[in-house]
Design a protein around this ligand. Structure first.
Ligand code: GTR
Length: 330
């Protein structure tokens, strides 16, 4: 714990003084982080934001991108942004579930029918309400990005029924919802930071994990986990967040521009997402991964207690009804 604190402190100092120097020189360079590698749609969307800001401010505002988890795990990146040590953090909603209750609805199992339903919900009243809530916790919600349908993959066998998961250790992100879900599906949930999943699969610390095609592909986890089962249990989208402290240091016109550029980046990210999803799926399937369909109705039935438990909360229930009302309206 103290090492983590020291890390956060050191990172804050280093980035703070670098940013100060850049501001003093009349140029603003925003520090932005992502756990994904170059070429991943979220990283490319951040790059697009940087290039667009550079162009539209004639080089006065730019973005320095720390990708591949260079500045640490997502829970630390959220804290770094809240303390104002970094400007922008692109993190997944799962890492926000525990500290930011309003995000829970977006990770619950089978709340979205498909990507189109998720996009409509995020673009509509529910998404915009949740985005505005970050301001109460030292952050500014800039945008939501796609993260596809999360599915279970493992080193042992195809999963068709929830019962097939019995006895398997499945890695989950640091979220009580994911812990609960994997438990009711019959497996043993093991929380680990994203950057540690590949070696945990290699060393058999875990038997599997759950994620989207692009993460499965770009982390090379598919080399160890050869069975992909299309559970599609969560669409847990991505969040693009800015430190509120840093946001308020910007000139009012730069704040408006940044909000606008972030909004415009969503369309770009979605087109990259759609292309890369098919490309990643084809890549892993042509490299020996076996994919199967699950008994979706059985999975939904098994996951229902998780949804029921969270819907006991009035806000979650209101969001849930708002999202379900958009089912099939596309
Ligand atoms: C990915 C997401 C990452 C990270 C990861 C995880 O889909 O893009 O930000 O949260 O999942 O499972 O930790």
């Amino acid at each position: 714990m103290s090492t983590r604190r020291q890390f956060l402190g050191a990172a804050a100092l280093a980035l703070g003084s670098a940013a100060g120097a850049l501001r003093a020189a009349g140029r603003i360079e925003l520090a932005a982080t992502d756990v994904h590698v170059r070429g991943y749609p979220t990283v490319e969307a951040l790059r697009w934001i940087g290039e667009t800001l550079e162009r539209e401010t004639e080089g006065r505002v730019g973005l320095r991108l720390y990708h591949s988890g260079q500045l640490g795990r997502e829970s630390d990146l959220i804290d770094l942004a809240r303390f104002g040590a970094i400007d922008i953090a692109r993190v997944n909603m799962a890492a926000l579930n525990n500290p930011f209750p309003a995000t829970r609805i977006l990770c619950l199992p089978y709340v979205f029918d498909d990507t189109a339903h998720m996009r409509r919900s995020l673009d509509g009243a529910v998404g915009q309400d949740i985005l505005a809530k970050f301001a109460g916790r030292d952050l500014v919600g800039l945008a939501f990005y796609d993260s596809g349908a999360r599915c279970i993959y493992n080193t042992k066998r195809p999963i068709v029924q929830p019962g097939d998961l019995h006895g398997l250790k499945i890695r989950v992100p640091p979220s009580d919802i994911f812990m609960h879900l994997i438990r009711v599906l019959g497996a043993n949930p093991t929380p680990l930071p994203y950057g540690e999943v590949y070696s945990a699969l290699q060393t058999h610390l875990i038997d599997g994990a759950e994620n989207n095609w692009q993460s499965f592909h770009t982390t090379r986890q598919f080399e160890a986990a050869r069975f992909w089962s299309s559970s599609g249990h969560s669409y847990s989208p991505e969040a693009l967040l800015m430190s509120r402290r840093r946001f308020e240091l910007l000139r009012p016109d730069d704040r408006e521009r940044l909000l606008d550029v972030a909004r415009r980046s969503v369309g770009y990210m979605r087109s990259l997402w759609d292309e890369s999803e098919a490309a990643s799926r084809d890549y892993v399937l042509s490299h020996g991964v076996t994919a199967n369909e699950v008994d979706r109705a059985a999975f939904e039935r098994a996951a229902a207690p998780v949804v029921a438990r969270y819907r006991e909360d009035g806000e979650v229930d209101r969001y849930w009804r708002g999202i379900r009302a958009l089912s099939g309206t596309g």
